[in-house]
Every structure is written in C-alpha cells, then in structure tokens.
Design a protein around this ligand. Structure first.
Ligand code: ZN
Length: 411
C-alpha cells in the first residue's frame, strides 16, 4: 500500500506531491538542498523546483490536509530499495514510511494542538527542532497541523525560520484556508488546495481501510458530506450516532419559547459532557505523570517539592484551555449537523435532484419542508451560521445558542 492511498479524492495534489518526493529523493542522492521556497517561476523547467522547503496545505475540515501532509512526509523519508530502481518514493512499507505514518520517525515532528492557539514559546521550540540536521540523513520534516492557530507573535517567529531554512528542513503547514496564514508566511510556501472528497470515495475508503460494512459506510459518508474523520467516527462510535440523532430532532422541538430554551440548554450540556469525558480520559493521567516527574511522594496526596507549583499551575491552565476547545468543537459539530438538516429541507423544497445527507430522518425533513418556504429555510441556515460566528467571537455559548433556536423558531 503506497502512502498516497490514504489521501482520498485528491488526484492533482497527490501527483504534485509524488513528483516533489521524486525530486527530493534525487536531491538526497546528489547531496544537494532544494531551491528557495515559493511557487515555481512561470516557464521554469520542472527539475529541482518541484521540491521546496515550505508547503501550505489548505482545504475545508475533513478534506484530509493533515493526511496529505503526513503522506508527503513519509514519502520524503521513504528508503525502500524499489525506489532506487526507479519506483516512486512512498512505498508505505519500509521503515521510513512506516515510522513516519505512526508518528515515531526521529526526523518527523507532527505538531497537533488541542489548544485554541499556538504561542511564541512553543514555536521557538519548534524552530530550534527544525534547525537540526536529520538524523537519518534525509529530511527534517515539521508538520504543523494547525498553522491557523499561530498567534501573530508565533507567526513572526515561524516566518524567520521559513525565510532562512536549514538545507534539509521541510515545513508542512496545514490550515483551513490560505487567508488563515500570515501573508508573509504563505508567500514563502508552495500552496496546495484540497477539495472535499466525493462521498463515494469516502465510503470506499471506510470499507477498504476500516473494514466497515458497505451500507454503514455509505450512510456515514453521506451524512457527513465527505468528512472522512467524522464519517469513520459515525460508523464506529455509538455515542456519536446518538448525539447526531438528538441534534436532528431539534428542528421539531422548537415550537414554543420553552422548547427553544430547553433545546439550547441541551446542546450546551452535551458539549460540556464531551469536554468532561476528554478531561477524565486525559487530565488525571497527565497530572499524575507530571507529579511523578516533579518527584512528588507516591499517591495523589504526596507533597510536591518547593518551587514546582508554577509548573503544576501551567498544566492546569493548559487543561482548562483544552476543555474550552473540546466544548467548542463539539458544539460546532452539532451546528454543522443542524445546517445539514436545513440544507436537506431546502433541497426538498426546491425539488433539487441531489441526494439527501440525512435520509434517515426523511419524515422530519418532509414535515419541516411542508410547513415553511425556501426563504424561511435560508433564514434558518443564516441563523446557524450567525451562531457559529458568534461563538468564534467568544460570545457566551448559551446566549448564542438561545438566540439561534429563537431565530430557527421564527424562521
Ligand atoms: Zn517507503
């Protein structure tokens, strides 16, 4: 299985990356560094310019930008003997490919944050890491999965590193859109834009890679409109299915103000539960590990040595920020499902010949479609978008969601 198999429905992007990996391989064999970063000059012959120091992967959530970045990282580290015989790098089997894909390659750092922002200090550490020579003699690769979360200060630290990269360092930045990255940084990057993969391609990969039953895979792929990670979760996680089913019932429960307020509160509570579950799974272990590292006496009651309170406090702050982010992500996911519901309503109202994302609640869709008009449905979709934007601006979640359910009722 080649590393590109996991990059679903992105033929143009994988072709470009495979070509760059071939040129990168030639550079390693010749003991050279790639040209300066940026787009190739018009008319410039392919040659070495297909490999460069900095890449920016953009695409909507679920399009697989980090999967594409990892596949490229693996291809850069591929040491398969077939490659030397003219085969393309990225076999998927060799030690270089395999350790990159599972995240243990010494020269590949995958940065995935569960926080809302990446600060100057973390970025300085990364830049230091990036300046090291690759231990395996090929490339030092840094995959920054959430480049859109860099603070402005952090972005400036990164800019310096991208402007003057070490000869064998490669930065792979991922962000939802090109506007999410500082213009100075993106002008230094080769840009690759991923599209939402077709529903059929997603269903196919769920069957092939995750051995999910074809009917369940098709339902999950359609329900999530091609978002691979969410589709897999929906097909395999009972709790995710229950949560989604509850969200899709909301449009029928907001006939009066009381129903609106109750539905809003339930959405907030469900997101809070998700955050609590993540906290239970991770926080306790993390805290115990840090206490042990700091040399506390065994057990939770053990006293910490003098001068370590600050470090503990830092961890607690981090955990608190993570809880906020989990809660936000969970709520946002519910709002995406809700948008899908009204999109289906609109599809029915307009008689558009496209498949419904939420065919399993066809009765509810029909009821809402008959009781309103396309204009009202559009206003409802706008109310959900406005709610997501308000949450982005840090409006208190309950207030934002209550305003939304009230607007959905009014239509
Ligand atoms: Zn390989």
């Amino acid at each position: 299985m080649a590393v590109w198999d996991d990059v679903v429905g992105q033929e143009r992007v994988t072709q470009e990356l495979a070509a760059a990996a071939r040129d990168a391989d030639a550079l390693v064999s010749a003991g050279q560094a790639p040209d300066a970063a940026g787009e190739p000059e018009p008319g410039e012959p392919g040659g070495a310019s297909r490999m460069t120091h900095a890449w920016l992967f953009t695409g909507p959530p679920g399009s697989g930008r980090s999967t594409a970045a990892r596949a490229f990282a693996a291809a850069l580290q591929c040491i398969s003997p077939d490659r030397a015989l003219g085969g393309a790098p990225g076999c998927g089997f060799c030690d270089g490919c395999h350790t990159t894909l599972v995240g243990t390659h010494a020269d590949v750092e995958i940065v995935r944050t569960d926080l809302l922002s990446i600060g100057v200090k973390e970025t300085r550490d990364l830049v230091r890491r990036a300046s090291l020579s690759p231990a395996g003699g090929r490339w030092q690769v840094i995959v920054l999965e959430d480049a859109d979360r860099l603070t402005e200060g952090a972005g400036n630290v990164l800019l310096k590193a991208v402007e003057e990269p070490a000869p064998r360092t490669v930065w792979l930045l991922c962000a939802p859109s090109i506007e999410d990255v500082l213009p100075t940084i993106r002008s230094r990057c080769r840009h690759l834009s991923l599209r939402m993969p077709p529903v059929d391609a997603v269903a196919d990969v769920l069957v092939r890679r995750d051995s999910i039953d074809p009917a369940a895979a098709a339902t999950a792929a359609r329900a999530t409109q091609g978002h691979i990670g969410r589709a897999r979760r929906l097909a395999t996680d009972e709790r995710a299915r229950a949560r989604r089913a509850a969200v899709l019932k909301l449009p029928l429960r907001i006939d009066d103000i009381g129903g609106c307020l109750k539905a809003a509160q339930e959405l907030i509570d469900a997101a809070g539960e998700d955050a609590k579950q993540v906290a239970e799974e991770v926080d306790t272990k993390e805290t115990e590990e840090l206490r042990a590292a700091l040399g506390a006496a065994a057990g939770t009651g053990g006293r910490l040595p003098r001068g370590t309170a600050g470090v503990m406090k830092e961890l607690q702050d981090r955990q608190k920020r993570r809880a906020t982010r989990t809660q936000r992500d969970s709520l946002d996911l519910a709002l995406v499902d809700l948008t899908g519901f009204y999109r289906d309503v609109l599809t029915l109202q307009l008689g558009a010949p496209v498949p419904l994302a939420n065919d399993e609640v066809r009765d509810s869709l029909d009821r809402v479609a008959r009781a309103s008009t396309p204009v009202r449905t559009l206003r409802r979709i706008e109310a959900i978008i406005a709610c997501r934007e308000a949450l982005d601006r840090n409006v208190a979640p309950l207030l934002a969601v209550e305003a939304m359910t009230a607007a959905l009722r009014a239509g």
